[in-house]
Design a protein around this ligand. Structure first.
Ligand code: FAD
Length: 490
């Protein structure tokens, strides 16, 4: 049997490996000349940059994928980072948060005056919530009763009072911590799926568990090493990649998928998995087909503006991950989601892989990936916005680091929501599909299969279970299980 995958993002390539392992002749069609989707890298002069994701959690999901039908070992190494993130506040406070619950509690108690045992108790609650929710909401399809109806559901139900279902993330965090700065640190995890902590349900605090209790990791060779290893594995499994080949239509007959039409021709096949934004899958590839309007019309997640700066200086005060917080955090989200614009004092994230990957920048220099959350494209003039925001970022960093940054920039490039839509086909440049800004948000994500078109599946961050690399990897595993059920493969 033949399978076509539309898109070589991490969710597409993981699905390809999994379908190949079931015996499908598997073809991946990618519109770009490179694999990995948003996990790709760029060289600017002597500096190397990861262009998309920078925070890597749950590396065991990649290990598991690389071990499927293990033959040749594919090199993929990573290290846990001792500091998960350095937080900078406008009043000069700096908090370097390690990972591991004891160390986090110690740091928050010493630096921000939090009650140590209260922090520990909260982190333990997040871990228990995560472990209860994972097997019934994240690892399996929410839309197939057989997947989640087992003894695990009772464990998840038992923890209902602890999820914070009827409060927002900010509500839960405000009632837990004394210091506004701690609340801001915990609220920040809503941005990991492009959402607003003042609207996102308290349940989403579980995202913090992965970074604070377990810790972030850094792949040897940078984030692009993830794409490289997964691509290599797919090729080893016999997956056929077709680059520069945009898929233009999903063909179907009598309620069943029959193949795809692409830029260079047609592939008849038994199943299609779309790793393309689900919104565009319907709009562009199935124009005569009505998609689930409720799901597709949900508010979209944030986009981003990224500046890639080669900096001819090294900063001891900075680590691999750094956040420079806005003083008006709630207003920042209001502007992003309601006014669809940017505040003058945005929260700035700086990732510097060269802190651990020395060859990513010349000696004594650093590769700064400088990102702010941005609204989705709504016709804003992004050239004007980028000019304004660049000046504001430089002012903010200059103020806090006590150093004029602009003269230190010797290489530069940027990315904005329109470029993001063009490069990766995310609806209006949104990074994670639907935002999770309501209690029911998780239930309004598209399932990993189509209930109207047999043989059509979906993997990637715009469908269940959600945004980020680990969830895209889970979506691929869910597709595999659905395909096994539907095609009676054991
Ligand atoms: C700036 C930025 C920072 C991020 N930071 C993090 C982070 O720190 N940690 C984290 O876990 N996640 C992060 N993310 C999100 C992360 O990149 C995504 O979760 C993940 O990489 C998306 O994988 P995906 O499988 O959904 O596919 P994508 O990477 O979106 O890839 C989809 C692929 O489909 C292709 N395609 C689309 N339409 C067609 C078509 N018609 N025909 C052929 N090909 C097509 C596209 O070209 C693309 O290659 C970030 C994203 C961005 C942009």
């Amino acid at each position: 049997m033949k399978a076509a995958i539309i898109g070589s993002g991490i969710g597409g390539m993981a699905t390809a490996i999994r379908l190949a392992s079931l015996g499908f002749e598997t073809h991946v069609f990618e519109q770009n000349s490179f694999y990995g989707g948003k996990i790709n890298s760029k060289q600017l002069g002597a500096y190397r940059f990861d262009r998309g994701p920078s925070v890597f959690t749950e590396p065991h999901l990649i290990d598991e994928l690389l071990q499927l039908n293990a033959s040749e070992r594919i090199n993929f190494d990573y290290n846990k980072l001792p500091i998960s993130c350095c937080y900078f506040f406008e009043d000069g406070t700096k908090v370097s948060l390690p990972s591991g619950s004891d160390a986090v509690a110690e740091a928050l108690s010493n630096e921000l005056g939090e009650n140590r045992s209260k922090v520990l108790k909260f982190l333990e609650r997040l871990e228990k919530n995560y472990n209860a929710v994972y097997p019934v909401f994240i690892k399996v399809s929410l839309h197939r009763v057989g997947h989640w109806l087992n003894s695990n559901i009772f464990k998840a139900i038992k923890r209902l009072p602890f999820y914070g279902l009827f409060s927002t993330m900010n509500g839960v965090n405000t009632s837990t911590f004394n210091n506004k700065k701690t609340v801001q640190i915990f609220n920040r995890f809503a941005t990991y799926n492009g959402s607003d902590p003042y609207k996102s349900p308290g349940m989403f605090n579980i995202i913090a568990h992965l970074e604070l209790n377990v810790g972030p990791f850094m792949p040897k060779g940078g984030m692009v090493a993830i794409s490289d290893a997964v691509y290599k594995k797919a090729v080893e499994m016999g997956v056929d990649f077709h680059f520069n080949t945009r898929v233009e239509e999903i063909m179907h007959e009598k309620g069943r998928v029959t193949g795809i039409k692409h830029k260079r021709g047609i592939l008849n096949c038994d199943l299609v998995t779309s790793n393309m934004d689900v919104h565009f899958t319907y709009e562009k590839l199935l124009p005569a087909f009505t998609g689930p309007s409720k799901v597709l019309s949900q508010e979209k997640s944030t986009s981003a503006i990224v500046f890639y700066w080669g900096i001819k200086k090294s900063f001891d005060a900075l680590d691999v991950h750094n956040i420079f917080f806005s003083e008006t955090y709630e207003d920042e989200f209001n502007q992003l989601f309601v006014k669809k614009t940017l505040i003058d004092d945005p929260t700035v994230y700086i990732h510097i892989s060269s802190k651990v990957e020395k060859e990513d920048a010349p000696l004594g220099c650093e590769n700064w990936f400088v990102m702010i959350n941005a609204p989705v494209d709504d016709g804003q003039d992004w050239e004007v916005q980028k000019k304004r925001v660049r000046a504001n970022i430089l002012k903010k960093l200059g103020r806090i680091l006590n150093q004029d940054i602009e003269p230190l920039i010797e290489e530069e490039e940027n990315l904005d929501p329109v470029m993001m839509q063009r490069m990766y086909s995310g609806k209006n440049g949104s990074i994670y599909g639907n935002a999770s800004n309501s209690t029911m948000a998780s239930f309004y994500r598209h399932p990993n299969f189509s209930s109207s078109l047999k043989g059509l599946y979906f993997a990637g961050v715009t469908v269940h279970p959600g945004g980020g690399i680990p969830l895209a990897l889970n979506s691929a595993a869910i597709v595999q299980r659905c395909v096994q059920n539907d095609f009676s493969i054991r």
